[in-house]
Design a protein around this ligand. Structure first.
Ligand SMILES: [Zn+2]
Length: 108
């Protein structure tokens, strides 16, 4: 499936570089998402904007392109960011995140 960065630009080789300072510290420079065309084909999960890191209890809210990618393809990502910890951790059945207000695991 076609992918882009969250801003719609082509996937760059350095997008996974971790930001060292400022309000986005710990996040990647950019994130890969399904292209807008792919996301428009429809969601197979509810569109959910926020998830909880079960280890620390922090709630992280995503940008819409990432949220729509999760709803289109729940298995697209292997890990995601926690604003509380300032780092990335695994998602999936054995992962550390659930959708806010539910017991549904992120990445399932
Ligand atoms: Zn956390």
């Amino acid at each position: 499936m076609k992918t882009t960065l969250t801003n719609g630009e082509p996937v760059s080789s350095d997008h996974k570089t971790i930001i060292e300072d400022g309000p986005r510290k710990g996040q990647q420079k950019a994130y890969v998402v399904l292209s807008e065309d792919e996301r428009k084909k429809g969601f197979i999960r509810p569109l959910r904007m926020s998830y909880v890191h079960e280890k620390c209890g922090s709630v992280t809210t995503m940008g819409s392109a990432i949220a729509e990618t999760y709803a289109s393809d729940p298995y697209f990502y292997t890990g995601t960011f926690c604003v509380g910890c300032g780092s990335h951790f695994p998602v999936g059945e054995d992962g550390e995140f659930s959708w806010y207000g539910t017991s549904d695991k992120v990445g399932t």
